[in-house]
Design a binder for this molecule. Structure first.
Ligand SMILES: [Zn+2]
Length: 344
C-alpha cells in the first residue's frame, strides 16, 4: 500500500488513511525510551517492547480491518507490511533467512538503534516490539524476538534480530486507533519523500506513529511510577525540542505562511493551536484543541499535557524570540473543551 498522509488544518491533526498519527522527528521513540531509561533502568526493555508490540499490532489489525492491508499469504503480506514500516520511517526490514519456525531479520537505517552505555549492550526495544507485532500478524502465533547485533555497538552495519515462532497464540491487548471521519474536512495532502531508508515530511527526517502510542505508554508508566510519569514527559518534551532545533523550521513557516508557535501543530499534528495576545502583541494564552497528550486510557482524571507543555516552552525561543515558560491551566482530559496554557 502507498501511505497517504493528510493534514487537517481545522483540527491540527495528521491522518494516515483516516487514522490519527503523529509525525515525529526521526529518533523520537529512541529519545523517549532514553528518558524513561534514566528513571526505570532495566524495566524499560519490557515496557517499550510491550507498548510497541501492542500499539503496532492494533494498528496493523485496524489497517487490515479497513482493507488497506490485504492478507494474501505470509510472504506477500510480509512484503506489504515491511514496505509500510519503511514508509512510516522505521527503516528497511529484510528477512535474511527462514528456517521452519525461526527467522533472521535485519533492519537497515533503523530509527531505534540505541546503545545502553552502562551495560554496553544494544537497546532497540521499540524495533523488537514492532517486529513482534508484524510476526504475530503474519504467523498468527506468539513470537519471541531477540536482538542479536546492533549497529550502535559498532560490530554490525545493520540491526540483526532473531524471531522464534511458538506453538501458542495468546489474546493480545487491543488499543483502538483514533479514527477521524474526514468527509467534511478540508484535508491537505502532505508529501512523504523517501530515500533508501529514511523518510522526510516537511523536509524533516521523520517517523510516523499512531497517536495512541502515547496514552498507552504514559498510562502504563503511570501505573508503575505514579505521578513521576510527568517528570519523564517533561524531560521528553525538552529532548524532542532539541531534535527539532536541528532543522530549518523557517522553511516550514514560509511554506505554510505561519509564523510563531502555531507552526508546532504542523510539525507533528499535536492538535489545533490558537494564541491569545494582548493589544501590544504579547502572548497571553495558548489554547490547544485535540491535544494528543490529553488522550488517556486509564481512569485518572487530571491534567495531562506535560510533554506538550515542555515541547512548546522549549521551542518558544526559537519560534518567537521569547522564552515562554508555560503551564497548563485547563486540560481536555478533565472534561474541558480545550487545553489552556498560560505564562507562569
Ligand atoms: Zn491538556
Amino acid at each position: 500500500m502507498e501511505v497517504k498522509l493528510r493534514y487537517s488544518e481545522e483540527k491540527g491533526v495528521y491522518l494516515l488513511e483516516g487514522i490519527r498519527v503523529l509525525v515525529l522527528p526521526k529518533g523520537s521513540l529512541e529519545t523517549i525510551q532514553n528518558s524513561v531509561n534514566t528513571i526505570l533502568g532495566l524495566a524499560t526493555k519490557s515496557i517499550f517492547q510491550e507498548v510497541s508490540a501492542t500499539v503496532f499490532y492494533s494498528f496493523l489489525s485496524d489497517l487490515i480491518k479497513r482493507k488497506l492491508i490485504k492478507l494474501r499469504g505470509e510472504d506477500k503480506t510480509k512484503i506489504e507490511i515491511f514496505d509500510l514500516f519503511k514508509q512510516l520511517g522505521f527503516g528497511r526490514i529484510n528477512e535474511i533467512s527462514k528456517d521452519f519456525n525461526y527467522y533472521k531479520i535485519n533492519i537497515e537505517g533503523n530509527s531505534n538503534s540505541f546503545l545502553n552505555l552502562i551495560t554496553n549492550s544494544p537497546y532497540c526495544f521499540s524495533s523488537a516490539g514492532i517486529l513482534t507485532s508484524i510476526y504475530r500478524i503474519v504467523t498468527n502465533k506468539d513470537v519471541e524476538v531477540v536482538e542479536e547485533k546492533c549497529r550502535s555497538t559498532g560490530d554490525s552495519e545493520t540491526d540483526l534480530f532473531s524471531i522464534s515462532v511458538k506453538e501458542s497464540k495468546s489474546q493480545y491487548t487491543y488499543i483502538p486507533s483514533q479514527i477521524f471521519e474526514d468527509k467534511n474536512d478540508n484535508l491537505k495532502s502532505v508529501d512523504i519523500i523517501g530515500d533508501n531508508t529514511d523518510i522526510f515530511v516537511n523536509t524533516i527526517p521523520s517517523e510516523i506513529v499512531p497517536v495512541v502510542y502515547f496514552p498507552y505508554l504514559f498510562s502504563k508508566l503511570r501505573k508503575i511510577i505514579g505521578l513521576g510519569v510527568y517528570g519523564i514527559e517533561n524531560q521528553t518534551g525538552k529532548e524532542l525540542a532539541k531534535l527539532y532545533e536541528q532543522y530549518n523550521l523557517e522553511i516550514i513557516q514560509e511554506k505554510y505562511k505561519i509564523k510563531g508557535l502555531e507552526i508546532i501543530s504542523i510539525l507533528n499534528g499535536l492538535g489545533k493551536m490558537e494564541i491569545l495576545k494582548t493589544d501590544l502583541g504579547y502572548l497571553m494564552e495558548v489554547d490547544i484543541y485535540n491535544s494528543f497528550n490529553a488522550l488517556h486510557i486509564d481512569d485518572a482524571i487530571e491534567k495531562r499535557c506535560f510533554l506538550l507543555d515542555s515541547l512548546l516552552s522549549s521551542l518558544s525561543h526559537r519560534l518567537t524570540g521569547f522564552v515562554l515558560n508555560l503551564s497548563e491551566k485547563e486540560c481536555s482530559a478533565i472534561n474541558n473543551e480545550v487545553c489552556k496554557f498560560s505564562l507562569n
